[in-house]
Design a protein around this ligand. Sequence first.
Ligand SMILES: C[S@@+](CC[C@H](N)C(=O)[O-])C[C@H]1O[C@@H](n2cnc3c(N)ncnc32)[C@H](O)[C@@H]1O
Length: 268
Amino acid sequence: MMIFKQFILKTMIRLFGAKGFSKMYLATSKSKTYSIFCEKVYGRDLCQANMFDEEQLQKLLTSLNLNSSHNLLDIGCGIGKIGEFISDSTGASFTGVDFAYGAIGDAQVRTESKKEKVSFLVGNLNNLKDVIFEQYDAIVLIDSLYFVSDMPKCIESMKSFLKPNGKLIVFYSSTKKPSDNSFDLLPQNKPVGIALTQSGFAYETYDFTVNEKKIWEKSFHVAQELKASFIEEGNSEIYKSRIAEAKRNLKVHEKELILRNLYVATLQ
Ligand SMILES: C[S@@+](CC[C@H](N)C(=O)[O-])C[C@H]1O[C@@H](n2cnc3c(N)ncnc32)[C@H](O)[C@@H]1O
């Protein structure tokens, strides 16, 4: 299982390096059909590239509890529409970081009129000290920690970017082994939980496993429904990748080999 997981991760990194992610975002952000896909699957079009829907967004907003005096950092922000939406709805300042330079360039152009409040940086999750020089009231990592080379080191590095009492919020889906017992399945015994504890964070967790399975089911059906529209736009690659991704993830969910957790952490 471990070898299989590493193989999948290496394949994803090969396919989706900074260039691959940029290419994918530039296609999805310009596709009218993808916009309809996001509305139908996630409940809102934020050009999502993940398993993050309206239910999780609302839980994130409640957990963040931001106002216009706060600032927020999203690491692995992609095209940055999630953070832009949070800034628009709370008044908080927002900075998004991603290594997908194409997505960051696109986000900077899109939010030019909001640049007092919304900004974007090209940066690598594995070496953020080169680009982040501020401290934040909250940091979010939505489905970006899979790509980090050293999870404990990355979580430890977050401490220097957080203000005192700042929140670190992570959405992460972990695989499980058929032999795992109930102790192994607790969120505190999964890689994010272990790394947070090692770095001195206290946290609450929320389970979104059932919600995630529903997202993959919807992704599969909605992609099928929109197939002709994707092809007509010249975006059959988006269609194919959504179907392949949904099928792959549904197989894992059907065997109950995945857990999705939200971690809301603060330093002790
Ligand atoms: C699954 S996507 C999630 C995107 C976004 N957080 C969302 O929820 O829609 C993972 C993101 O992590 C970014 N990423 C992957 N490896 C990275 C790295 N080493 N440094 C910075 N960003 C990275 C990708 O470019 C991509 O935008």
